[in-house]
Design a protein around this ligand. Sequence first.
Ligand SMILES: [Zn+2]
Length: 130
Amino acid sequence: MSDAESAADAGFDEWLDAAEDGEAYALECANGHGSLPPRRVCPDCGSTDLEEVALPETGAVQTFTVTHVPTPAFEEDAPYATAIADFGSVGITGQVVGVDPGDVETGMTVELEITVSETTGERVIGFQPV
Ligand SMILES: [Zn+2]
């Protein structure tokens, strides 16, 4: 693994730590484009002037898919719903937890819940409906 890759991984781990403590944040450029770490450059406009801003406590499900036949890495977790939720300026992809996948709806209000994949044991972003 290159130095750049390990720095990137550390950045996201730190973000997961912050999210677990209820201190999730986004990186925003002066144009209001949001993204998640690790970033040094805005993915929308290329700005390198990124500022940490606190994420709203809740987000809204924008779109989702229900997976019944997962990839092997997630086979113990199926069926599950994967959603993209808007948290202010940033869209976050995560697995909806604590609810039957059939009950997930567009526009549903969710909060971040850092969870552990039953298959890989790694931390992943989850969404808990509120
Ligand atoms: Zn930008």
